[in-house]
Design a protein around this ligand. Structure first.
Ligand SMILES: NC(=O)c1ccc[n+]([C@@H]2O[C@H](COP(=O)([O-])OP(=O)(O)OC[C@H]3O[C@@H](n4cnc5c(N)ncnc54)[C@H](OP(=O)(O)O)[C@@H]3O)[C@@H](O)[C@H]2O)c1
Length: 333
């Protein structure tokens, strides 16, 4: 029996129209036995404390996935740093406090790998949190996410709340952003190779040397990891994580050079021309890979291979080309 007196678990997915939130809704709907509570931002603005408290008090929620956030690329992070830190802190403070007051059973907060120091040893373990200087371009956003982790830990310590947090690597998949100005490397390459093929272009120029290595996780694997983590009972979960730095990294544990990624995407899209690299453009950090030993020890591993995942995402992009919104910003990773 749940808090509302029915046999189904009442689950609130905050941010259900986003890339991660929509993947969670697909996964939860397929799993069944849940009563999904979904609210668009115009129905419930999570930065408004009294509205959030009222919603939680009324709805008898059992579980919360907090996938609502103000997110964006380098440009947006640079132009609107105050919005990034304020909105994300407000959303987290309001949702966690309302969840505590309403006696929610379990909450999962979504963070990002940008919480780790810019020069953290690779692969990045959960223990590297707060051991060094953050990447400056998205520091306000990262600080808000770190505050979210520390809120989960503090609410558990002081109030006994079962609030957990999960830190995904770069995500891709359905509902990704394919806008050339604002998208991340994987969807941007898909779009550029697609356009070049359509235009019969002889070459595609890729920024940088092609040598940096990055990790990519399909968003459906990410949603699967979220369900596994929230599904673990209290003892199972808290026996596996320390009191401090209790966040759980989620990724594939494998990285790929940008040059190899570009070649894979060119093959999938059917681009016949040449791929040229432009080393005069910045490479960024040489390697960015999460250590995923903790989630592996909990029995979860990524299942969707990169080639298969990109093929599926490309198909999604083609299917939605006519009506896809290609001008939304996505989080910096
Ligand atoms: N995408 C990635 O590569 C990636 C990687 C690592 C971590 N993450 C994390 O995953 C989470 C979700 O990211 P995403 O890529 O799914 O972002 P997204 O596609 O931009 O979705 C964010 C969602 O949050 C909702 N939202 C924002 N502000 C809100 C407010 N004030 N009230 C209610 N709803 C609000 C948005 O609602 P509207 O649709 O109404 O605007 C949207 O549905 C973030 O915490 C992000 O840090 C993402």
């Amino acid at each position: 029996m749940n808090a509302a007196g029915t046999s189904q678990t009442r689950v609130f997915v905050a941010g259900h129209r986003g890339m991660v939130g929509s993947a969670l809704v697909r996964k939860l709907s397929a799993a069944g036995h849940v009563d999904l509570l979904l609210r668009r931002r115009d129905q419930l603005d999570l930065t408004r404390q009294s509205d959030v408290e009222h919603f939680f008090a009324e709805q008898k929620i059992d579980q919360v996935y907090l996938a609502a956030a103000t997110v964006g690329g380098i440009l947006a992070n640079d132009q609107y740093p105050a919005d990034f830190i304020r909105d994300n802190l407000q959303i987290q403070v309001n949702v966690l406090e309302a969840a505590r007051q309403a006696g929610v059973d379990r909450l999962l907060l979504l963070g990002s790998s940008c919480i780790y120091p810019r020069n953290a040893p690779q692969p990045m373990t959960e223990e590297s949190l707060l051991t060094g200087v953050l990447e400056l371009t998205n520091e306000p956003y990262a600080v808000a996410k770190i505050a979210g982790i520390k809120m989960c830990e503090s609410y558990r310590r002081q109030y006994g709340c079962d609030f957990r947090s999960i830190m995904p690597t770069n995500l891709y998949g359905p509902n990704d952003n394919f806008d050339l100005e604002t998208s991340h490397v994987l969807p941007a390459l898909l779009r550029r190779f697609h356009d070049a093929t359509a235009d019969n272009a002889s070459e595609v120029v890729v920024w940088g040397s092609g040598k940096p290595r990055r990790e990519f996780l399909h968003v459906d694997d990410m949603a699967d990891a979220c369900l596994v983590l929230i599904g673990m009972n209290q003892q199972e979960f808290w026996d596996e994580v320390p009191v401090r730095n209790s966040q759980v990294n989620v990724g594939t544990g494998e990285d790929i050079a940008i040059a190899d990624l570009a070649a894979m995407i060119a093959r999938i899209v059917g681009f016949q021309g040449e791929i040229r690299f432009d080393p005069s453009k910045p490479d960024g950090t040489p390697r960015k890979l999460l250590d995923v030993s903790r989630i592996h020890s909990m029995g979860w591993k990524a299942r969707i291979g990169l080639h298969e995942g990109i093929e599926q995402t490309y198909q999604w992009m083609l299917d939605s080309m006519d009506d896809v919104t290609v001008n939304q910003e996505k989080p910096e990773t």
